[in-house]
Design a protein around this ligand. Structure first.
Ligand code: ATP
Length: 145
């Protein structure tokens, strides 16, 4: 029978300003089927914000300056390899782009795309991440409508 586990991750909304409003770095996964925010497990002894900065850097090839916490999201999924039901909590932080090149992304990531934040808030694959980008837009004072 499948057991359960809890895991805690951290991720980032890495943004930059453009003439058409703020843009966010999104990662493309699973053969283009998934559009997501960079995130990953917090290492032992690591603070959530540090883990978020590390995951953003590893997955997108770019670094940012942390500006604000964006709360957390929760979801569950089944890990067939470990025969476990995983309950995951992911802390998100807002980062202002500082340096780096999206071509230096992680091998696990197919592509990194700068998308207008309004577009990402509609197109990201997971509801929690769409809501996280909405919160970032509100913080930046650019929520449309
Ligand atoms: P890591 O734990 O190191 O971050 P992982 O790939 O094992 O890597 P997730 O990115 O959480 O962990 O992905 C595990 C499963 O959860 C996948 O099936 C994925 O599609 C799904 N998933 C990922 N992010 C979300 C989300 N924000 N909301 C709902 N489901 C998600």
């Amino acid at each position: 029978m499948a057991g359960t586990a809890r895991e805690i991750s951290a991720g980032g909304v890495l943004y930059r300003r453009s003439e058409n409003g703020p843009e966010v770095a999104c990662i493309v996964l699973k053969g283009g089927k998934v559009l997501a925010l960079p995130k990953g497990l917090i290492d032992p002894g690591e603070a959530p914000e540090e883990a978020a900065a590390r995951e953003v850097a590893e997955e997108t090839g770019m670094r940012g300056i942390p500006e604000a916490p964006l709360g957390y999201i929760k979801y569950g999924y089944r890990d067939p390899r470990r025969d476990l039901r995983i309950f995951k909590l992911v802390h998100f932080f807002l980062f202002r782009y500082e340096a780096g090149d999206p071509r230096d992304h992680d091998a696990e990531v197919e592509e990194v795309r700068w998308l207008p934040m309004e577009e990402a808030a509609e197109k990201l694959s997971y509801r929690g991440e769409r809501e996280t980008v909405r919160r970032a837009l509100e913080l930046l004072g650019e929520a449309g409508g």
